[in-house]
Write a protein that binds this ligand. Structure first.
Ligand code: FAD
Ligand code: DLZ
Ligand code: SF4
Length: 508
């Protein structure tokens, strides 16, 4: 019995379910670089380099372990450009008896895999992806029957179930949540630590040349590529984070600083999402640092909350609500994405900072994504599908299963409250409190209206005024709506007109 075992680009884990029971005498592993996966959104150049280089390294490692790998390179002349047609071509070439694959992370690819039996005439075994704390069934079980889903409830159950940061059945330190301690502004004198980046080796350099040749017009710079592309490098990145980032990860989790996009963040999402690291091992490494006295509990709990909490939760939301989730637009937002999301050509310094680190590193941290580019998209009423495709394209860690709920649910409230109890709408005051951006901005964060006023200020109030019907009853927005109740109709109309003037200018 010859089994063709298919490994997709984000399934680069030695222990992945599709490889279990592999017979080195008879089985073949198929890996395919295809144009369709490289063009379904206009990926950042570094993202393409990352995925293809990591795939090539993984194939090499399998070969060194004695596994037969059939690897289809992107520039191979016979390459048909799609996963399904490449599977068909491999079946004709290799004559296997059956196919085995681990369930893909994205709905779009799952839909393709469901057609492979018909496309090849062979049995296809689709195995669960068990590289997560919670299976899809576990999430569905938790979500079923609950009217409201909240990450906090799910997080506590999963943490308890897996014994992460637990002591005698209770959360370590006696409380589940240290969020209140994790919102400190970064003192001007605090410098971000230097972070480990990985110099491209020969394989990565070859992919960089390929990407410059085939995707030279795509967004982003390729020169500063420094992401880990092997498990060994990913483990070094994890150690670097535990030593350099984790101790202050909690305190400055929400802080932003000009010219310092990484701060104390882990930079591990690209490696986690490719499968080079497992969520369990990164949580265990963080917990071990706390137990060894090398990192405080607020930092370690904050990190575990992101990985074991948010990451697992958004995956559950995605798989439970797709495919209709992709179409949601609860706030009826329709504006096209402004050009400055691609060029960074805007006078708003906070947006410029976020877009420039995105172009340079295929990275910006969570608060930049949520409270700068995401907040702007929310306040400006940008069509959810447009901003969602942007996030999917521009980050090294972007895969639809994690990106879409973060964008539609967290950033632009397009799901009407499935993910978050209120929109993360904020005026310039929030950005000023959490960053040093405003001091060097052409706009004045203290001014509420006029040509020098920070656009986030009038956009914020205009957003609330426009959305009164949909959001006015939200208890968590009671305070700003109480403020608005004291405004005259003229004052409201003037703010909306100012916001409209600014937004119309973006399209000119
Ligand atoms: P850290 O701040 O160090 O966090 C540690 C880890 O926790 C991350 O590596 C990640 O695995 C996980 N994590 C943290 N926050 C989240 C979250 N909200 N959802 C899921 N996992 C989380 N994350 C992605 O991995 N891929 C995406 O495509 C993606 N798109 C996003 C889009 C928007 C609009 C927003 C607001 C957030 C998005 N995130 C995404 C979540 C988060 O911003 C990134 O995981 C994080 O910035 C990656 O950097 P880091 O590894 O340094 O994270
Ligand atoms: C993101 C990506 C890219 C850029 N290229 C490939 C590829 O050439 N071959 C491949 O198997 N996977 C690639 N990927 C990741 C896929 O899009 C990934 O399989 C899905 O995101 C998971 O469903
Ligand atoms: Fe951003 Fe407004 Fe601050 Fe300028 S003043 S950096 S636009 S928040």
């Amino acid at each position: 019995m010859k089994v063709l075992r298919i490994i997709l680009g984000d399934q680069l884990s030695a222990g992945i379910s599709a490889l279990r029971g592999l017979n080195q005498e008879s089985d073949i592993v198929l890996m395919m670089e295809v144009m369709a996966e490289n063009t379904y959104v206009p990926h950042h150049k570094q993202k393409i380099v990352l995925v293809l280089s990591a795939m090539r390294h993984f194939a090499e490692e399998l070969r060194q372990d004695g596994v037969t790998v059939d690897y289809v390179a992107l520039d191979e002349p016979q390459n048909t450009g799609g996963l399904t047609t490449e599977v068909q071509r491999a079946v004709a070439r290799l004559a296997p008896d059956r196919l085995v694959v681990t369930e893909p992370g994205e709905w779009r690819v799952r839909d393709m895999v469901d057609g492979w039996e018909a496309a090849t005439g062979l049995p296809v075994e689709v195995r669960a992806d068990d590289r997560f704390f919670a299976s899809r069934a576990r999430f569905a079980d938790w979500a079923g029957g609950r009217r409201v889903w909240r990450m906090e409830h799910f997080y506590r159950e999963i943490r308890r179930e897996h014994g992460i940061l637990m002591e005698d059945g209770q959360p370590a330190g006696g409380v589940w949540n240290f969020d209140a301690e994790n919102r400190k502004k970064l003192p001007a004198s605090t410098l971000a630590p230097a972070r480990l980046r990985f110099a491209p080796d020969a394989i990565t350099r070859a992919v960089m040349t390929l990407v410059e040749g085939r995707f030279g017009g795509n967004f982003g710079e390729v020169e500063e590529f420094g992401w880990p592309v092997t498990r060994a490098d990913a483990l070094r990145a994890l150690s670097d984070f535990i030593a350099a980032g984790l101790p202050r990860f909690g305190d400055y989790q929400d802080a932003m600083k000009a010219g310092a996009p990484f701060l104390f963040h882990s930079l591990l999402a690209p490696a986690l999402n490719l499968g080079l690291l497992s969520p369990r091992e990164v949580c265990e490494a963080a917990e071990a640092a706390w137990r060894a006295g090398a990192a405080p509990l607020n930092a370690v709990e904050g990190f575990v909350r992101q990985v074991l909490g948010w990451r697992e939760y958004v995956r559950g939301v995605y798989w439970t609500l797709m495919p209709e989730y992709a179409e949601r637009n609860a706030l009826h937002a329709t504006r096209p994405l402004p050009e400055f999301y691609w060029t960074g050509d805007t006078k708003m310094r906070c947006v410029r900072e976020a877009v420039s680190s995105t172009a340079r590193f295929a990275y910006s941290h969570h608060i930049q994504r949520l409270m700068v580019t995401g907040n702007f998209a929310l306040l400006a009423g940008i069509a959810p599908r447009e901003i969602e495709r942007w996030y999917l394209a521009v980050y090294a860690d972007a895969y639809e299963w994690v990106e879409m709920p973060n964008t539609l649910g967290m950033a632009v409230f397009a799901d009407g409250g499935q993910m978050a109890s209120k929109p993360y709408a904020a005026s310039g005051a929030y950005i000023d409190r959490m960053s040093d951006f405003c001091g060097g901005c052409r706009y004045d964060v203290k001014q509420k209206s006029g040509p020098d006023a920070c656009p986030f200020n009038y956009l914020y109030w205009a957003f609330l005024i426009r959305q009164t019907e949909r959001l006015g009853g939200n208890q968590r927005l009671a305070m700003p709506y109480r403020t608005l109740a004291g405004w005259t109709a003229e004052r409201k109309a003037a703010v909306v007109a100012e916001a409209d003037g600014f937004l119309d200018g973006l399209e000119g």
